[in-house]
Design a protein around this ligand. Structure first.
Ligand code: PMP
Length: 423
């Protein structure tokens, strides 16, 4: 008997797994080359399992929103429609709402940035800004210099545009100027043009460190000398636990820095509003790129954020977040000291993350399935390196679970580490 051809996505009698579905993909030969580098981030892949209630997730970077004044925000949301519905529900400017752009100036003033509303492009989260900047600057094979480790979501964008990422060492004070100099000199000698330097100078994701005040002008001087644009990604800068924000790189240099900001961590990610501040000519290209991608950012979201900023105590909310995250950081650090004395970690003074070096010989990626079985999740260090190295580290987030859950999560993790040694 001859086999009948099967409909896509099935094998005889049994539904196929998605892997088998991929094998049967009739469009396999049709995809653009850039899709070859696209893959699910290690965090996305973990998301479903880490969200199960029995798992303590030290994996995601989700802000803890329970402290938001939801009655007040529901009033804000209903006013958006009742009072400005026809604008909120309509298409808007590709560059973003002008009132919101003016208010963003007040937010950035906290980090010493002076700008004009025209310098700002509102985006769908800073993730879209990362995509726009990369789209505007990167041809396949172009070099992006980035910290080692770097934010996994930025690496995903660079991969999607087929950039070649060259990592530069960071230490407890952020990007190491001497290492940057050596890397840029080496690339120049090899005739390779660096399109930009991607950096998260404050409360780094995943490393938790900040670029010291002393190093900020030095990094900019080196970038300038090699003609390299700086992409400053700063979603966490206002979330310091024990100090006021440090001046942004953009506050030192308006011509050589593109600054990215976001309301995701200082307010909430659900409205998906972020922004880019760029030198004039770059800004025009970013607006064109954004218009071709999304026409315009959501008016409803922008007006909601704008109303929040003008009618609510947003500075007080940031202060509340800082205190809450400090308490969680303290719980995480105390638990690490108690349960994982053979590992090493930094004590972040802001943001969401601790970067943990495992005891020698252990590999965070290999260990992850056993951690999930033990009902604790983290992100393997391999997610944060372009070449998949970094398995000797893991990123632990303290932003979302309560202090009690953090302690329980680290206790479970210690059990997994002990078990690993016995394997
Ligand atoms: N940059 C960094 C360093 C981040 O950690 C994140 C979110 N985790 C983003 C950008 C993207 O944030 P959003 O799109 O929500 O503004």
């Amino acid at each position: 008997m001859t086999e009948q051809p099967l409909p896509h996505g099935t094998t005889s009698g049994t539904p196929t797994s998605s892997a088998a579905g991929t094998r049967l993909d009739p469009w396999l030969g049709a995809y653009a080359d850039r899709t070859h580098g696209m893959r699910s981030s290690e965090i996305r892949a973990l998301f479903a399992v880490a969200s199960r209630p029995e798992v303590v997730s030290l994996a995601g970077g989700m802000p803890f929103l329970d402290g938001l004044p939801l009655e007040v925000l529901s009033d804000v949301a209903s006013r958006v429609v009742a009072q400005r519905g026809l604008q909120a529900l309509q298409y808007g400017s590709g560059q973003g709402d002008e009132t919101l752009r003016e208010q963003i100036l007040d937010v950035m003033a906290l980090e010493g940035i002076t700008a004009h509303p025209d310098d700002i492009v509102v985006t769908t989260g800073s993730q879209q800004a990362l995509d726009l900047v990369t789209r505007v600057f990167i041809n396949p094979g172009d070099v992006v210099v980035a910290e080692a480790p770097s934010y996994v979501g930025a690496l995903g964008v660079f991969r999607a545009y087929q950039a070649d990422v060259v990592h530069v060492e960071i230490d407890a004070h952020g990007l190491v100027p001497e290492a940057l100099e050596t890397t840029l000199a080496g690339l120049a000698a090899a005739g390779r043009r660096v399109k930009f330097l991607y950096t998260v100078p404050n409360f780094h994701n995943p490393a938790g460190v900040s670029l010291s005040l002393e190093r900020r002008p030095r990094i900019l001087e080196i970038a300038q000398r090699y003609g390299v644009l700086v992409l400053e990604d700063n979603p966490y800068g206002l979330l310091g636990f024990d100090r006021e924000p440090w001046p942004a790189l953009r506050s030192y240099d308006e011509d050589g820095v593109i600054y990215l900001g976001s309301f995701s961590k200082t307010f909430a990610p659900g409205y998906r509003v972020g922004w880019a501040v760029a030198p004039h000519a770059v800004r025009e290209k970013l607006v064109l790129a954004s218009e071709s991608a999304i026409l315009c950012p959501s008016n409803a979201s922008q007006i909601a954020i704008s109303t929040y900023l003008s009618t609510c105590d947003w500075r007080g909310q940031i202060k509340a977040y800082r205190e809450m995250y400090r308490e969680r950081r303290d719980a995480m650090i105390a638990a690490l000291g108690e349960h994982l004395p053979d590992a090493t970690w930094n004590v972040p003074d802001g943001g969401f993350y601790t970067w943990v070096r495992l005891p020698d010989g252990l590999d965070a990626r290999d260990m992850l399935p056993r951690a999930i079985t033990a009902r604790v999740a983290y992100v393997s260090g391999t997610a944060f390196y372009y070449d998949g190295s970094g398995g000797d580290h893991m990123r632990l987030s303290f932003c979302y679970p309560t202090p009690e859950r953090i302690r329980e999560g680290v206790r479970r993790l210690a059990g997994v580490v002990d078990g690993e040694r016995e394997l």
